[in-house]
Design a protein around this ligand. Structure first.
Ligand SMILES: Nc1nc2c(c(=O)[nH]1)N[C@H]1C(S)=C(S)[C@@H](COP(=O)(O)OP(=O)(O)OC[C@H]3O[C@@H](n4cnc5c(=O)[nH]c(N)nc54)[C@H](O)[C@@H]3O)O[C@H]1N2
Ligand SMILES: Nc1nc2c(c(=O)[nH]1)N[C@H]1C(S)=C(S)[C@@H](COP(=O)(O)OP(=O)(O)OC[C@H]3O[C@@H](n4cnc5c(=O)[nH]c(N)nc54)[C@H](O)[C@@H]3O)O[C@H]1N2
Ligand code: SF4
Ligand SMILES: [Mo]
Length: 667
């Protein structure tokens, strides 16, 4: 029975090494690789079921042509050749009439490696179309905040937690989104190291931690400033480290910290003064405190400054200088591969761009030329984008020629003129670098593509050939593309021989050195001149967010058995996740005469969503939690994104899901 070593491609920081057991060309079982130290021999509850994803009866078997109104989901099968002929004929006609800017290629990271993901972007780059400013639905705000503070460089190695003497999960539910870090933390806890979880919700991770601090949404910067205030007051700031490795702490000390005494911080965060004091005392006493910062800190209007402030905390005690200490948001920036070899093979340097989360706006309003063709791969904006009604109105334009490439008939695919069946990561070769660890790994296909499914790589190369693109990357095999990614690599990746990777060996580029800073000053920037030059707040701070109409604030968090909508085609996992729901604190439910299990309406100026109510004290009063992004059921929209604006965060033009206010009533 052959066992193939491959890599989990789901959008997840762990990037597990997997062993795929194959019998007679059929995948029988998936197992975590015991020889990759972080994967440590287990895959999560979702991916243990990826045989069900691969062989789901809901997968698309052939290309489809639309036969009913957009959104209705009425299609009939067509063959690949006809589909590709039609797509390229339409694109060529549009380019001849209006130029390439009338086309938008909309492809995002979900569930693929660097080749399948990057080459799709490369196709549209080479064609000179309107380009997607990708990732604003996810990490652009957090990343901009981190970059303004530490520079474009990865944070602490998650494998260093074995050397930590205090661990804080700040805005990250490790049980849902980072289960292998959880396992590492458990090892540290066996030696008496304490785990603190800072999260408005008593998540599974919070419930299992040593201490849970249920902060109010969006008040983390106030808490971090309160801790800094106490550290300075108690003489626990590491002045020597700050003098050598940081800029602007003096300004924070003079202009900001006096405004954040424990009493005020308690009233802002909803914690007690004693909590704030205790957190500061534990943090100040630790030599190697490790903070896992989650993207959860950034998903609202002031999310950038909120996250940036937390990322500054390890600078105050010099924890950034010590292995096991510091902070981890992501690691991706430390892999200095030549991504442009794949993503930008040719094409104009600059062109018109569309912000990922503004797809609806762009489809409805762009002119000179308007968007006439849209290609979407591995993205489900009809569910996962904010202001979903606007997104769907744009997708419903009858004069828009839309192609969607997906393994499933997603909510977005229902709006397509042509749907193309996609292969999953188990059916294609690819190369991966993690965004939550320092591993990279080549993953081979475990089985041949099911039915008539094509990988993104194959589709992109075929479309490129038919569109007459001559760039060599569109004819390369995966090992050749791997070599191209490394040819122009720099930093630690440049020292790795790609030939060494082809057999699937996981390679780590982690070091035991302290945190590096790649800001303009080369130091940790408490004061950011870059932000000041852009008219943005240069110092960490906390500002209240104005409340919009609606008594309750939206809290959004990933599902435990879903990754956004990617597993919605697996019946077993849908069942494990349970029906799409909204969660209210018992006080808020009682005040509205609502009981557990009944259908409720979540509504604001933007729209209405019908969900099943759960009444649980794992959330705080004043908020409503909607876990996961769930596709429509029985024609009703079930995504909380219907209620969210498509406005931008303070940094990085990201999504502001949690700046949403709403009311809940009986359905
Ligand atoms: N309210 C709210 N909204 C959110 C978030 C939130 O926290 N709250 N989170 C945001 C975040 S962080 C993100 S990243 C986005 C994610 O949003 P999306 O990028 O839309 O993510 P998914 O739903 O995971 O996957 C999209 C599609 O990719 C398809 N797919 C899977 N594998 C492949 C493949 O190999 N090839 C092709 N062509 N298709 C494939 C899946 O079937 C699925 O239909 O959602 C964002 N939206
Ligand atoms: N099972 C599963 N795993 C996933 C995903 C999934 O959908 N399901 N999605 C993947 C993707 S694309 C991404 S980007 C990552 C994201 O994973 P994370 O980095 O963990 O970020 P989020 O999912 O945005 O939010 C996580 C936590 O932040 C908390 N939170 C929300 N607001 C605040 C706040 O103001 N302050 C604090 N302190 N906490 C807050 C939420 O309650 C939640 O527990 O996860 C990946 N992994
Ligand atoms: S934990 Fe993440 S990387 Fe590992 S198998 Fe699950 S989804 Fe894949
Ligand atoms: Mo994400």
């Amino acid at each position: 029975m052959p066992t193939i070593r491959t890599v989990c491609a789901h959008d997840c920081p762990d990037m597990c090494s997997l062993l795929a057991h194959v019998e007679d060309g059929r995948l029988t079982r998936i197992q975590g690789d015991p020889d990759q130290p972080f994967t440590a021999g287990f895959a999560c509850g979702k991916v243990n079921r990826d045989t069900d994803l691969l062989y789901s009866p809901e997968r698309l078997a052939t290309p489809l042509r639309r036969t009913g109104p957009k959104g209705s989901g009425q299609f009939r099968p067509m063959d690949w050749d006809t589909a590709l002929d039609e797509i390229t004929a339409r694109w060529k006609a549009i380019i001849a009439a209006d130029g390439p800017l009338a086309i938008l290629g909309y492809a995002y990271s979900a569930h693929q490696g660097l080749m399948n993901r990057g080459l799709t972007n490369g196709l549209f780059h080479a064609l000179g179309t309107t380009r997607l400013l990708a990732g604003t639905v996810c990490d652009s705000c957090a990343e901009a905040a981190w970059d303004a503070t530490l520079g474009p460089i990865g944070g602490a190695d998650p494998e260093s937690v074995t050397e930590s003497d205090l661990i804080i999960a700040w805005g990250s539910d490790l049980h849902a989104t980072n289960v292998h870090l959880w396992t590492k933390i458990e090892q540290a806890r066996r030696h008496g190291v304490k785990l603190i979880v800072i999260d408005p919700r008593r998540t599974r991770a919070a419930a299992a931690a040593d201490w849970h601090l249920p902060v109010r949404i969006g008040t983390d910067s106030a808490l971090a400033l309160g801790v800094m205030h106490i550290l300075v007051r108690d003489g626990l700031a590491d002045r020597a480290w700050l003098a050598e490795h940081a800029v602007g702490f003096d300004r924070v000390e003079q202009d900001v910290l006096p405004r954040f005494p424990p009493a005020r911080v308690a009233s802002i965060t909803g914690l007690t003064e004693a909590d704030v004091e205790r957190l500061a005392a534990l943090y100040g006493a630790a030599r190697t405190p490790f903070i896992r910062i989650g993207f959860g800190l950034s998903r609202f209007a002031h999310g950038g400054v909120n996250l940036r402030t937390v990322a500054l905390l390890p600078g105050v005690t010099g924890a950034y200088g010590r292995y096991g200490g510091g902070a981890l948001l992501a690691t991706a920036a430390s892999f200095e591969l030549d991504y442009n070899a794949v993503r930008k093979p040719s094409g104009p340097e600059a062109t018109r761009t569309v912000n990922h989360l503004k797809l609806g706006e762009a489809l409805l309003t762009l002119a000179d030329p308007p968007l006439r063709a849209l290609f979407i791969a591995a993205n489900n904006p009809a569910v996962t984008n904010p202001d979903t009604a606007k997104t769907r109105a744009g997708l419903a334009r009858e004069d828009l020629f839309t192609v969607v490439h997906d393994p499933f008939l997603s909510a977005t695919a229902r709006y397509a003129d042509i749907v193309l069946p996609a292969a999953t990561y188990l059916e294609t070769d690819d190369f991966y670098r993690s965004y939550g660890t320092y591993y990279m790994q080549y993953g081979r296909r475990a089985v041949e593509p099911q039915a008539d499914a094509w990988s993104n790589l194959r589709l992109t190369q075929e479309l490129a050939a038919r569109m007459g693109l001559a760039d060599p990357v569109f004819r390369m095999s995966p090992p050749e593309i791997l070599a191209a990614l490394f040819r122009g690599a720099s930093g630690a990746a440049a020292a790795v021989d790609p030939a060494r990777l082809l057999d699937g060996t996981p390679v780590s580029i982690a070091t035991h050195a302290g945190q590096r800073f790649l800001t303009p000053s080369g130091k940790l920037e408490f004061w950011s001149q870059t932000l000041a030059d852009q008219g943005l707040p240069a110092l960490p701070d906390w500002q209240p967010e104005p409340q919009a109409r609606g008594a309750l604030r939206l809290l959004t968090a990933p599902g435990y058995f879903q990754a956004h909508t990617a597993f919605s085609g697996v019946a077993w996992l849908r069942g494990r996740e349970g029906p799409p729901c909204a969660v209210l604190h018992p006080h808020d439910a009682a005040a509205r005469g609502l009981r557990d299990g009944q259908m409720v309406r979540l509504a604001n100026d933007r729209g209405t969503v019908a969900l099943r109510l759960r009444v649980l004290d794992e959330v705080q009063p004043g908020m409503v939690l909607v876990p996961g992004q769930r596709p429509d059921e029985a024609g009703d929209a079930r995504t909380a994104n219907m209620l969210c604006a498509d406005s931008y965060t303070d940094l990085g033009a990201g999504a502001t899901y949690q700046s949403t206010w709403l009311d809940v009533t009986a359905a």
